[in-house]
Design a binder for this molecule. Structure first.
Ligand code: FCB
Length: 497
């Protein structure tokens, strides 16, 4: 690993340590927290939209017919029922129950109680007019210890959910892994152990055989990069390690797991489509020096090309491999044939966009735009256009879906029973508009899932940040449509803005 990378990673680890246990820093966040950030402070949520909901400054923007307007969630963040019906423990149970790891010691034990309230939540989705719903399957609900005979009660829950979606005319999109690794597999090395990738493929096969006839789109691994960075470099996500060497070994095994699952779907004979779900960050030089351009290129390698190139081009990017160095645990772990597995043809690419990254000549990051309540998120809708068009330009016309994009707001339930999240409406309008422009310029974008359907357990931030279209009053578990949800219903009805 080069000096630059080592310095950068250590700085990141140090920065995250200052925010220990509570920071939900995404890529740039922990670094930015340690520098004199040029942030102009919290933004996005207090700004009133500049036009009435449903309107648009420049006339109507219509999306392609059958555009898949959707919303997304993940199992650990909403389900609760942590000990019910044979569910095993996940690394997030362990992590959230470890003192000091999450804000206020919050856990996903109850979350939004979706496991019990899924029928009500399905009705909400129908009332919003959703055409697509992206959820994740809890691996330890299906295989308590991460391998072996599946737990029928776990499978039954997802069958009921998927059937309920079909009954309401909503297309299911199932993510196989959204970070809740069975703790039993963590105990044998987790993603540092190559065997975990094989276990993942077996679990995926269980799901394809159970629901392959009724799930049209599967996503393999949610944001492998977040596991790598937050879980293994900064340590503020499960499993809470600060070990850059292990981190990139984990990256390779996550990529391998992805490829093995793609092959398992084909082998199962199930008809659905499959692809990865990658959080992509457009990277820009912080200034116009040659040094910033060079540092940005490498940064982009770690943020985007490490995942995109291996899956879509069958090779890890040379600059990243060179930077890691031949002695890195990752480089030594890559075996003949692995890249062929990782690049098994996929049917679509799921893009998750939240924030851009600006890189200095020293390889540090700076903020250029106002941040949201999540200090790692700079609000920059153009980044959506840039990342979608870039993927199409560099990787060809693979069908794209946006599987996450959204904003946390300090939402309050008013005395009249409403939640006025005007800033979220403005955020979504601007990002929808950027996506529309990308489609107009030739990007094959077929659907868009707002993060999130419901307020939920936001990992190390616990329940403090509210990302939902639907407000969850946790003490009563009552659901209240926020103003953005009413607005989104209009967008879906009109198929545009
Ligand atoms: C993404 C995660 C999702 C949620 C949003 C805010 O990185 O995939 O679970 O935490 O960020």
């Amino acid at each position: 690993m080069s000096l630059l990378t080592r310095r950068r990673l250590l700085r990141r680890a140090a920065a995250s340590a200052t925010a220990a246990g509570v920071a939900r820093a995404g890529l740039a966040g922990a670094v930015a927290a340690g520098i004199a950030a040029s942030s102009t402070g919290l933004a996005g949520c207090d700004d009133a939209p500049d036009t009435a909901p449903g309107g648009a400054p420049d006339g109507p923007l219509r999306f392609p017919p059958d555009f898949g307007w959707g919303a997304a969630t993940s199992a650990y963040q909403i389900e609760g029922a942590a000990k019910e019906d044979g569910r095993g423990e996940s690394v997030w149970d362990t992590f959230s129950h470890t003192p000091g790891r999450t804000r206020n010691g919050d856990t996903g034990d109850v979350a939004a109680d979706h496991y019990h309230r899924y029928a009500e939540d399905l009705d909400l989705m129908r009332d919003l007019g959703l055409r697509s719903y992206r959820f994740s399957i809890s691996w330890p609900r299906v295989q308590a210890d991460g391998s072996g005979k599946p737990n029928q009660r776990g499978l039954d829950f997802y069958r009921r959910l998927v059937d309920g979606l079909h009954e309401r005319g909503i297309a299911p999109m199932a993510t196989l892994f959204h970070w809740d690794l069975p703790q039993a597999l963590q105990d044998t090395g987790g993603w540092e152990n190559r065997d975990t990738a094989e276990r993942f493929a077996e679990y995926a096969d269980v799901m394809f055989r159970a629901l392959g006839d009724r799930v049209p789109v599967w996503l393999t691994i949610n944001e492998p990069k977040t596991v790598v960075q937050n879980g293994y470099i900064w340590g503020h996500h499960a499993p809470g390690q600060q070990d850059p060497g292990a981190a990139y070994l984990v990256a390779h095994h996550l990529q391998l797991a992805h490829g093995l699952a793609v092959r398992a779907l084909r082998a199962s004979g199930a008809g659905g489509r499959i692809g990865p779900a990658l959080n992509l960050h457009p990277c820009y030089p912080a200034d116009d020096t040659a040094e910033a351009a060079t540092a940005t290129r490498l940064y982009d390698g770690y943020e985007n090309r490490l995942y995109l190139d291996s899956i879509l081009k069958g090779a890890y990017p040379e600059d990243v491999l060179a930077d890691l160095g031949p002695d890195s645990r990752m480089v030594r772990a890559v075996r003949d044939g692995d890249l062929a597995v990782i690049s098994s043809p996929v049917d679509l690419l799921a893009v998750q966009y939240y924030t851009p990254i600006y890189v200095t000549g020293q390889g540090d990051t700076v903020r250029k735009w106002p941040t949201s309540e999540a200090d790692w998120q700079q609000i920059y809708p153009e980044g959506m256009y840039d990342i979608l068009t870039r993927v199409t330009r560099d990787y060809g016309r693979i069908p794209l879906t946006v599987t996450e994009n959204g904003l946390p707001c300090p939402d309050r339930l008013a005395a009249d029973g409403t939640v006025d999240d005007a800033g979220r409406i403005e955020f979504l309008r601007d990002h929808f508009t950027a996506a529309h422009r990308a489609i107009r310029d030739g990007v094959p974008l077929e659907s868009y899932h707002v993060w999130s359907l419901l307020d939920n357990f936001e990992w190390a931030e616990g329940y403090e940040q509210r990302w939902g279209l639907v407000y969850v009053d946790y003490p009563t578990q009552r659901r209240v449509l926020k103003r953005s949800a009413h607005w989104y219903r209009t967008v879906i009805r009109d198929n545009g803005l």
